[in-house]
Design a protein around this ligand. Sequence first.
Ligand code: BTN
Length: 270
Amino acid sequence: PAVAYGLDAPFAVEFHDSVGSTNDRARELATGGAANVAVIADEQTASRGRLDREWRSPSGGVWLSLVLRPDVPPAHAPAFTLAAAVAVTRACREVGVDARIKWPNDVLVPHTNDRGDEGDDGDDASDGAGDTVDRGGRKLCGILTEMEGEADRVSWLVVGIGLNANVDAGDLPAGADATSLAAELGHDVDRRILVQRVLEEFHELGRDLDGVIPAWREHADTLGRRVRVDTPGGIVEGDAVDVEFPGALVLDTGNGEVRVTAGDCEHLRP
Ligand code: BTN
């Protein structure tokens, strides 16, 4: 049976032409008790990526942070991040871009030939590993989730989504294998419709987290590939065979199965 996770109310939208970071603004709202708010900005001046990495947020993107107070234990929080990746992927596919998910939550446009052995695998040879390593494709979107929780229950969750929508190719970070919807399509997209679709899809998935993993599998680029994951406990390499609730990647290492719950994932060529 479907379980309500507290996402029954629609999102209230708070829009900024320019803000430091939508995640920081969303955290302010969250600590003040807000729920179901979508903070959106046209431009961010102090945006943050995962692992303290830089994230560029010029005008034209979709910089969006969701304030949630779901009635779930902290251990289930990763499922919301996966849900956001699915929601973004579906919205991108609707506008005609071949978006897929690299575990756990990067949305990218895979290199066309990277499952075959003909043509350019898209490797830029700057990764120090010849032509055997593929970062997975050109990155369209990254997600940064932040949380405060007690032992048994999340008190708030901020899911920050950075989608390069109408970002000009020249404004994308150089040498980082990044792309935008506009760069892929050759024209701008309607960001209002895009945001609407992301919120609708996310809302639907967030109402019943049981549906998140099957939806994620459907759009995964990582499954079936040989991968190398840089985890807090060290590097793990294997064949990515599945994803399990709330978001662990199951690797067949040839020496048994290993589940990884956090880390940076590289797609390796078979
Ligand atoms: C990543 O490193 O891949 C995650 C990038 C997340 C960027 C988004 S943009 C909206 C929100 N506000 C931030 O400061 N970061 C996130």
